[in-house]
Design a protein. Sequence first.
Lengths: 114, 114
Amino acid sequence: ETGVTQTPRHLVMGMTNKKSLKCEQHLGHNAMYWYKQSAKKPLELMFVYSLEERVENNSVPSRFSPECPNSSHLFLHLHTLQPEDSALYLCASTKERAGGYEQYFGPGTRLTVT
Amino acid sequence: AQKITQTQPGMFVQEKEAVTLDCTYDTSDPSYGLFWYKQPSSGEMIFLIYQGSYDQQNATEGRYSLNFQKARKSANLVISASQLGDSAMYFCAMRVYNNNDMRFGAGTRLTVKP
């Protein structure tokens, strides 16, 4: 148990659906991340929020829309997804500070787009 | 640009033996951190060990140690006295300190045989 929770753990949605993934941390961290993990591909960074402001968007399609209302919560809003978006979506958080640090990950949401 | 390479897609080790998982990296930035994560079949990414680019000694955490060879840009993970529960995917990652981007390698699947 790392202190980062994600809901739902599993999600099946059609291409016309709208759904949201939720991530929550109560570790006092001030940066949160969304990653996509597809089969046989390295972990891909999607979005970074530092102090609740988005600082990184690695050319993610607009059908993925992040929201960070406060330092403890992070959402990923999904709409009109494609089958190739099926993957494990991982949330992570870290406390930004000088020197060493690590990211704490949630258990992930296994998304299947039909 | 930062790059992480794990050249071993899969490794096998006998229970109670030691195993080394390889990781090489590439960056022109002198300040960076190197990380190893374990991902069991449940999907959660578990932080194992961290090494800073300026650290003089190799990092150790229990049965995990990081063989850091800065000139060769390698950061191999050594697991001593392997246990059946060590069977999982292992990811090497790097982050440059002035950048939010954490880059992950493709991973190595470790199987511990009884």
